[in-house]
Design a protein around this ligand. Structure first.
Ligand code: ATP
Ligand code: MG
Length: 249
């Protein structure tokens, strides 16, 4: 039996009268890459904001590494890293300065923060641009620095909210390879994307959300077998079957 690392239990969150998250429960196993898919407005980012202690749920609880978010949010925060959907860094600072700053924010000493910053700049192929201001970076480089920031402090659980949106195949491939390498190193990952082939390639299990609820949760192969022979079905076909073809926004 795999070991649970994150358990979300019956999460609810409304904004005004709109139920953005409506009774979400799932488990992510240690070392797993878990995909969270869903159309625009499904509630993926709201779920991630709850799981990463940014947003308090109206109901429900989250346990990470044995720590309840309601009772010990600080312990949860020490285990996680977040790569947000909206780019989050200081545009006027260099790549290196950003990483060191965010490293200090998660409690690293100066020497350790610089050492980790060097490691993650290298991992993301940004060593040559370490001293360059981030607002001058290309879209792909901005996404890569956003991911490097999330890695500061070596989190055990990483939340990636659409880390490959709007970037070229080269940057996207580098991000894929990094994610595979991090998982091989034992990191647990929650991944959201609108690119179905990414989820198929990278995730051991995938949850499909729609209207604030999880409507399916299985391995990519298990989901594809809903429609027929898994080799002849794409995850996108399953996604459209489960969530419909109507526009959401
Ligand atoms: N702070 C907020 N105030 C009001 N409504 C919000 C807020 N945050 C999210 N919502 C609403 O909650 C719903 C879920 O939004 P959320 O951002 O979680 O969706 P998502 O699945 O991440 O979508 P996308 O794929 O577009 O990123 C949407 O209808 C959104 O408009
Ligand atoms: Mg989102």
């Amino acid at each position: 039996m795999p070991e649970a690392f994150l358990t979300a239990e019956n999460l609810h969150k409304s904004f005004n009268d709109h139920k953005a998250v409506n009774g979400v429960s799932f488990t992510i196993y240690k070392g797993e890459n878990f995909g969270l898919l869903g159309p625009n407005g499904a509630g993926k980012t709201t779920t991630i904001r709850i799981l990463s202690t940014v947003l308090q749920p109206d109901r429900g609880d989250v346990t990470v590494g044995g720590h309840s978010m309601r009772n010990d949010a600080d312990a949860v925060r020490r285990l996680i890293g977040v790569c947000p959907q909206e780019l989050a860094f200081y545009p006027d600072m260099s790549a290196l300065e950003n990483l060191v700053f965010f490293g200090r924010m998660v409690g690293l000493g100066g020497t350790e923060a610089r050492a980790q910053a060097t490691t993650y700049l290298e991992l993301m192929g940004l060593t040559e641009r370490a001293k360059g201001k981030v607002d001058k970076f290309s879209g792909g480089m901005k996404r890569r620095i956003n991911l490097a920031i999330a890695l500061m402090g070596h989190p055990q659980l990483l939340f990636l909210d659409e880390p490959t949106v709007g970037i070229d195949p080269q940057s996207r491939n580098m991000i894929y390879e990094t994610i595979e390498r991090l998982r091989d190193g034992g990191m647990t990952i929650l991944y959201t994307t609108h690119y179905m082939e990414e989820a198929d390639r990278l995730c051991q299990r995938v949850a499909i959300m729609d209207g604030g609820r999880i409507v399916a949760l299985d391995t990519p192969r298990g989901l594809k077998s809903i429609l027929g022979e898994p080799e002849q079905v794409t995850l996108e076909e399953v996604f459209l079957k489960l969530t419909g073809r109507g526009l959401r926004d």
